[in-house]
Ligand binder design. Structure first.
Ligand code: SF4
Ligand code: SF4
Length: 230
């Protein structure tokens, strides 16, 4: 949902374990989720961030990622500035395509745009990773009415799907899904249970994908989403 995890989103870890899923349900779209991230950061008032990108993670986190050697450490007192630099290093040239950076920019919450950030040390251009695998290309619909936004998200956002060969039928995905009634049911295939989604109820929080112990859930882009670069 956030496209990228770094200094700002790290503070979502301040929400106690089981409540995280509930908060996903209460803030099912990227805009509200981003506002919540900024609120948490305002409350926690973190004064310094050290982003350890010596080995970064590419792809969909945190369980289904590939380690990526970046040899990079970014530090700063402004968390949005740290993240703005980091997303440029991995290939987001337009930092406002990251929902929480767009929200921060609109709310005048920290420095977001490259021209407002002073970078000491190495030049960003020399540190950029040209083949970083982004989980999503970025893009949001801040200019659209919220009710239409919710409809569009369901039309455009990718669907979680199972990779059957990797699935061991542990049912963890069904347990962590925050939506009630449950979006995921299980069907028997061979000698194991395989998840099956009711996409009309899915809020695309991707908790199921994040917490699958086997990395057996991937996201499948829809045609409209591909066209719009989501
Ligand atoms: S959590 Fe992963 S391995 Fe377990 S049932 Fe769901 S998809 Fe299969
Ligand atoms: S099925 Fe997965 S993506 Fe959909 S609401 Fe449940 S946990 Fe979130």
């Amino acid at each position: 949902m956030a496209f990228y995890t770094g200094a700002v989103k790290n503070q979502f870890g301040c929400v106690p374990g089981t409540q995280k899923a509930t908060w996903h349900t209460r803030m099912p779209d990227a805009n509200n989720f981003s506002k919540m991230l900024l609120d948490i950061n305002s409350l926690v008032n973190t004064s310094f961030a050290i982003l350890d990108g010596i080995i970064a993670m590419e792809g969909n986190g945190p369980k289904s990622v590939t380690p990526k050697k970046m040899d990079t450490i970014i530090m700063g007192q402004c968390l949005t500035a740290v993240d703005s630099v980091a997303v440029r290093l991995i290939g987001y040239n337009d930092v406002l395509k990251i929902p929480f950076l767009k929200e921060a920019f609109d709310a005048k919450w920290g420095a977001v745009l490259p021209e407002d950030i002073e970078v000491l040390g190495e030049k960003i251009e020399s540190m950029k990773c040209k083949d970083f695998k982004l989980s999503r290309k970025g893009g949001n619909f801040h200019f659209i009415n919220p009710s239409v936004h919710h409809f569009l998200t369901s039309m455009i956002a990718p669907n979680p799907v199972v990779i059957e060969e990797k699935c061991i039928g542990c049912k963890r995905c069904g347990e962590v899904c925050p939506e009630k009634p449950k979006v995921i049911s299980f069907i028997k295939k061979g000698n194991k249970l395989i998840p099956k989604w009711d996409y009309s109820k899915c809020i695309r929080c991707f908790c199921c994908q994040e917490l699958c112990p086997q990395g057996a859930i991937e996201t499948k882009n829809k045609t409209l989403g591909k066209i719009l670069g989501s």
